[in-house]
Design a protein around this ligand. Sequence first.
Ligand SMILES: C[S@@+](CC[C@H](N)C(=O)[O-])C[C@H]1O[C@@H](n2cnc3c(N)ncnc32)[C@H](O)[C@@H]1O
Length: 271
Amino acid sequence: MGQRLRGAAVNQTEVASALRGAGCVWAEEEAGLLIESATSDEDLARRTRRRAGGEPLELVLGWAAFRGLRIGVEPGVFIPRRRTELLAGQAVRHASRAPAPVVVELCCGAAAISCAVLHEAPGPVELHAADIDPAAAACARRNLGGRGQVHTGDLFTALPARLRGRVDVLVANVPYVPTAELEFLPGEARDFDPAHTLDGGDDGLTVYRRLIDGAAGWLAPGGQVMCEISRAQLPAAVGHMITHGLIAETRHDEEIEARVVIGTRPAPAPR
Ligand SMILES: C[S@@+](CC[C@H](N)C(=O)[O-])C[C@H]1O[C@@H](n2cnc3c(N)ncnc32)[C@H](O)[C@@H]1O
């Protein structure tokens, strides 16, 4: 679309300068993306004003970059974070071990993790994504475009009963910010991600514990449940998995400040 605009080089300089003035660290890069997505000079001016006014770049563009994909986003639905690429990578890894895995993403938001799994898994996947928020479920449905089933409801209540004991990968980026820490989040998260997408209760692990409490009943033998978590939460998160008979492991990537906890339902020993 950028070529359709008049004087793209002038636009690039002007847009970058407006963004820099508003405190955007990656002003040049963002200016290029805004120019690429704008449909007219007026549209570019509107988008530049929105971004300079503090709206997250992803909402202004209408998509978030995630593991090389562009995931559609919209106001009121959690914006997928680069940090969550570690969790998605673990889901892809385990899904790739089974010939036709059943993959469930709870707390799916825009379904970035599901899209990554479908894109990267080597073979067919039976995919189910679910969220308690109908707006998120609708956004997930659009992003998946019929390549999986999307359900609405509170954690496992959203899922068809026939999945019990059959899930190979149960992945969930649950809300995990302790309630008292919400006010200290960066402005973009505080102002544009609704509280129910972030708030994990007193210690941030309220939804996580409910997820792990139910996980074993849905996992296939050898199946894995996996979540993103903060560094401080790791000991409690691992401990909770162990009390539920899961074999717990952790993964981290300091570059993107990501931590993931993984619980495997033990497979019965061969007779
Ligand atoms: C941190 S966001 C993650 C969204 C998405 N998985 C991602 O990483 O971009 C948490 C999501 O969990 C959903 N959620 C919160 N409580 C839930 C519950 N009890 N059952 C299902 N979904 C829930 C929110 O609506 C939100 O979309």
